[in-house]
Design a protein around this ligand. Sequence first.
Ligand SMILES: *Cc1c(COP(=O)(O)O)cnc(C)c1O
Length: 392
Amino acid sequence: MKKIYMDHNATTPLHPEALDAMLPFLKDNFGNPSSIHWAGRGVKKYIDEAREKAADLLNADPSEIVFTGGGSEGDNLAIKGVVNVLKKKSNHIITTQVEHPAVLTTCQYMEKRGCKVTYLPVDHDGMIDLDDLRDSITKKTVLISIMYANNETGTLFPIKEVGEIAADNGIVFHTDAVQAVGKIPVDVKDLNVDLLSLSGHKLYGPKGIGCLYVKEGRSLVPLIHGGHQEGGRRAGTENIPGIVGLGKACEIANRDMESQLKHIAKLRDRLYKGVIDKLDHVKLNGHPVNRIPNTLNLSFEFIEGESLLLNLDLEGIAVSSGSACTSGSLKPSHVLTAMDITPEIAQGSLRFSLGLGNTEEDVEYVLGVLPEIVNRLRSMSPLYSSRKSESG
Ligand SMILES: *Cc1c(COP(=O)(O)O)cnc(C)c1O
């Protein structure tokens, strides 16, 4: 059976060049970089190189990169690490209703620890209103944490403007850029961010590794206490294969991003056009323009995204309904709900997220099987037949 992977916002395959770079560190080059003998001595150099590559991709200084155990850890470190240094009088965090659970549940945890959290609403396109942000700032606001690109809809937030507002008010600004890095150019200096998290496996690197950019001079309380690794900001013997793989993935993103993203955007737009040419009652979820180039979130009215997903899976097509983290639960996505999309329409949503391996043939294959599945499911749907009898 043909296998088509269009779920790159959930995870990406490891880039072959990243795998090759990692292999020596899973074999002979096993030393602990903290050791001063021959086995460990040479290893530190590779961590330094990877740190430079990650820094290059973000236009940061290598000293500003802290390797973490992935995107979720980076988000936790940013939020808990900043808010832990606070005094009682600055305990207010501003975030949005549509963050990834790594930020949302961390903020909920901080609320239990005595913080106040403002969850900014979004409009029908999933966009925040900067006036809402300005209005929510109080004397107690210590941190703004707003994602760069939404993982479900791809909507891009105006991070540069948020950074200016944060800087004007002397507030620390963190952005979860896991879905933006590698898909659009990200420059921490231009963006005015203090903290930015990214994840290896969303970027054709390995899983269980990521990094947090920490602007020079920003102090953070570590999550993990122990040895002196990562400048005292993240203890534990380094995940060398992961770090090297992430470094390689960052280097590749820097090198190839421009050409490949044009290609991916073209495929995504072709898919969208094909779907709306062949089917009625399909709605685009997310901002029509300000969106990362690989993501297409569509609602197919009158049917369940979950059944659509299962039927596409039978044809070898991997996509996602709602977000990967909430699949398996029948609750409509918190992102679509925040966008004031009705539960019925949210339930019919499907996320296509394209990536490096996808081809024009993949898109044509999906366009070949999807309409038939949608029509079949609709023909069995009581919602669809009652609607037809109403209008006819
Ligand atoms: C995947 C993802 C994360 C979590 O990253 P992990 O490396 O899987 O922990 C955080 N934020 C966003 C927006 C994501 O898409």
